[in-house]
Design a protein around this ligand. Structure first.
Ligand code: NAP
Length: 283
């Protein structure tokens, strides 16, 4: 029997900043699993070659990050239902006879909201800002969790419409009735939860929405995480939103889903989240 640790990695470009190796090392230690989890920087035109080499060298699975999630979807021979709806894959499992593709982002977000933050999603009115890959990955898991209404508002409204149309075609009609595409300017009224799934925070900007939306919301969550509050979090704070969170819990949650899929053991996310939060604050 092969006694070497099972090999995993996160593949992306760039990938040096990824916290996934630290997260999976903590999960492995906690659960007594023998794994070797590294970083794989693939050239922008070299995703396929890098994956094939990793597999040929005995790799067991990969996490996939920007900009390769769509290529990972094409590479997988079979998809979990949630990856099929998302049209994007962030977890590859190299099985003996086939490659399975999953998307764990939505499950990570939902478990962070429900378990760590104690947010009830059943019947909730949710506004999601953004219509890129991250938004696409979380739509169905939010609907599965019982969200009553999910409005998707994007800077480029046509992209939100395409997202809604494509996702609607792949989910049950009852779920499709609960999602709608709108523009940022059309977003008004009361929402229980506002999720920022845009990349605006990476350039320290916030999406251009009416601040009073955030005054009325019970929770505002930015998928981006950082040592300091993002521009969206600062906007939510000045609007008086009572609960403001970043995307660190989602990050740990999606990693836990991948780990469970690969190793058949579900790690405890709480100590890992706490360790990462401390490490972020120390920077
Ligand atoms: P993406 O596919 O490139 O999509 C970017 C989205 O952001 C688009 O909807 C884009 O709108 C919007 N956007 C960019 N700059 C904006 C601005 N200044 N104002 C308003 N909207 C703006 O990116 P993605 O993969 O969806 O990722 C989005 C964010 O989520 C990233 O910051 C990523 O780090 C984060 N994320 C976090 C986790 C986690 O585990 N915490 C997981 C996945 C992603 P247009 O269509 O108009 O360009």
């Amino acid at each position: 029997m092969d006694s070497r640790p099972a090999r995993y990695a996160v593949i992306g470009n760039p990938v040096a900043h990824s916290r996934s190796p630290a997260i999976h090392a903590m999960f492995a230690q906690q659960t007594g699993q023998q794994i070797d989890y590294g970083r794989l920087l693939a050239p922008l035109d070299g995703f396929l070659a890098a994956v094939q080499t990793f597999r040929a060298e005995g790799g067991h699975g990969l996490n996939v990050t920007v900009p390769f999630k769509a290529q990972a979807f094409d590479y997988a021979q079979r998809h979990t239902p949630r990856a099929a709806v998302a049209g994007a894959v962030n977890t590859l499992v190299f099985q003996a006879d086939e490659v399975l593709g999953d998307n764990t982002d939505g499950a990570g977000l939902v478990s962070d909201l429900q378990s760590r933050l104690g947010v009830s999603l059943h019947g909730a009115r949710v506004l999601m800002l953004g219509a890129g890959g991250a938004a696409r990955g979380v739509v169905q898991p939010l609907l599965e969790a019982g969200v009553g209404q999910l409005s998707i508002a994007n800077r480029t409204p046509a992209r939100a419409e395409v997202l809604c149309a494509e996702v609607s075609a792949r989910i049950a009609p009852e779920q499709a009735r609960r999602i709608a595409a709108i523009s940022l300017a059309q977003a008004h009224g009361r929402f229980d939860l506002i999720i920022n799934a845009t990349a605006a925070g990476l350039s320290d900007a916030a999406p251009d929405i009416r601040p009073e939306l955030l005054s009325h919301a019970a929770v505002a969550l930015d998928m981006v995480y950082a040592a300091q509050p993002t521009a969206f979090m600062r906007l939510a704070h000045s609007a008086g939103c009572p609960r403001i969170e970043d995307g660190l819990g989602m990050l740990v949650g999606q990693a836990a889903e991948s780990f469970a899929l690969w190793r058949g053991v579900r790690p405890d996310v709480a100590p890992v989240y706490a360790a990462l939060r401390d490490a972020l604050a120390a920077h």
